[in-house]
Design a binder for this molecule. Sequence first.
Ligand SMILES: [Zn+2]
Length: 140
Amino acid sequence: MKAICKETFLVEKCDDDGFTIPNKYKTIKEGTIWNVEEDSSRIIGGEIRLTKSTKKTFNWIEISKEHFEQNFKIIISHNFDCSVVKRRGCNYCLKGKKIPSTGEKRFYINEDKKEIQADDENISVETIKISYCPVCGREL
Ligand SMILES: [Zn+2]
């Protein structure tokens, strides 16, 4: 499972033995993506352990569940990749413009119902439940 940071925040820095380093803080930046560790090993006893590795460094933080819920959003669960966040929208999801398609049916998004609706000569023939705009990726 992965989570994206919704809002930049600071955590106290610790050494690898879990001792807090006085007056040192680590910045966790908005938009960074972290692995949510599912095993139970903890260094400083935090409820949620998050890790992130880059080519050069391995980062980890442990925070409370409440803190996690405030600052992170889970983006991959059950193998669906829902990593697109904070898009502003497009004419298809905001204004219900007809989505370009081949064939006779008219496809358009009904944002309130979170559906793609298909009409054939103004008779509704099909709906598809969606969570994200298929055109711009905005979360509905
Ligand atoms: Zn859109």
